[in-house]
Write a protein that binds this ligand. Structure first.
Ligand code: NAD
Length: 287
């Protein structure tokens, strides 16, 4: 198979950057993979794990001569990284990202020079683990990668990025950035916040001990809160950068929660039963 890009630069070598490197190598989708991460520790781990063909000592060095650059850093770091690499980017290079929020990241990427092709994207694949050791080549297999193209963006660049993600195993779809941020607020952002909150509630209880929570967690707590082990920096940035959609969903969530709380208090078994019957049917439709 011929490589989709000759030199792919990955800025950020955590779960997603590391997995892209491994999946691209598996697929033969990149002639050469060059990585960079801010911390010396991560760069050393990436070298030890053999994630990339080369680990650069600066972001500018990594992107020099690249025909595809993917920013795999937390959403809040996108603007600074884009500003740092801007002067080193070749004419016509495709610059993409994997950020979990699209509207704010697209605004951040406006600092990039006009001679590059910006094609934002978000692979809907992840785990609660982070860092270079957590990456694996199969992460994107049969998962969606949502591309959120800019109006008037280069269609050739978009097509090449989509082909790259398909080679990595993903199903590629296009979506408008605002729609992406609202859909993901429902399917990912609000659930993470609620899981974090449930762990906080358990931690704050006086009459239930931590050791009881850990010992008996299989009763629901463990499944429900798995995602609360996710990276705090990543999730802080998601909420600060997808405020409107997350707050809208949380408003709806608290309304429903209060309605159920009232049904419990008033002993309205029919309301609880009807609600659980409806929501169970929806949940069973999700594989
Ligand atoms: P991670 O914590 O595993 O890795 C982040 C990497 O970015 C690390 O290598 C870190 O050293 C580096 N980094 C942080 N700040 C930097 C900076 N200013 N300059 C250069 N490098 C910097 O996180 P991750 O899970 O790989 O997430 C990366 C991106 O992918 C985020 O934007 C996140 O929203 C998105 N994403 C995450 C998931 C998920 O489930 N984890 C899924 C899809 C998309």
């Amino acid at each position: 198979m011929s490589a989709h890009f000759e030199r792919v630069a990955l800025i950020g070598l955590g779960l997603i950057g590391g997995s892209i490197a491994l999946a691209a190598r598996r697929a033969g989708a990149a002639g050469r993979i060059v990585g960079y991460a801010r911390s010396e520790q991560t760069r050393a781990a990436a070298r030890r794990l053999g994630l990339c063909d080369e680990v650069a000592e600066s972001a500018a060095e990594a992107v020099a001569g690249a025909d595809l650059v993917i920013l795999c850093v937390p959403v809040g770091a996108m603007r600074a990284v884009a500003a740092e690499i801007g002067p080193a980017l070749a004419e016509g290079v495709v610059v993409s990202d994997v950020g979990s929020v699209k509207g704010a990241v697209i605004a951040a990427l406006e600092v990039l020079p006009a001679h590059v092709h910006v094609v934002p994207a978000h692979p809907l694949a992840g785990t609660e683990h982070s860092g270079p050791e957590s990456g694996f080549a199969e992460l994107f297999d049969n998962r969606y990668c949502l591309v959120t193209p800019l109006p008037g963006g280069d269609s050739g660049a978009k097509g090449r990025l989509a082909d790259f993600w398909r080679a990595l195993g993903a199903n590629v779809e296009e979506m408008a950035p605002e729609r992406h941020d609202l859909v993901l607020a429902v399917t990912s952002h609000a659930p993470h916040l609620i899981a974090y909150t449930m762990v906080g509630v358990a931690d704050d209880m006086r009459r239930v001990t931590k050791s009881e929570v850990i010992k008996y967690s299989a009763a629901g707590f463990r499944d429900f809160t798995r995602i609360a082990a996710s990276d705090p920096t990543m999730w802080r940035d998601v909420f600060l950068n997808n405020k409107a959609a997350t707050l809208e969903i949380l408003g709806r969530f608290t309304e429903e929660l209060f309605a159920l709380q009232r049904a419990i208090r008033t002993g309205d078994g029919d309301q609880l039963h009807d609600y659980f019957t409806r929501t169970r049917a929806i949940r069973r439709g999700i594989i």
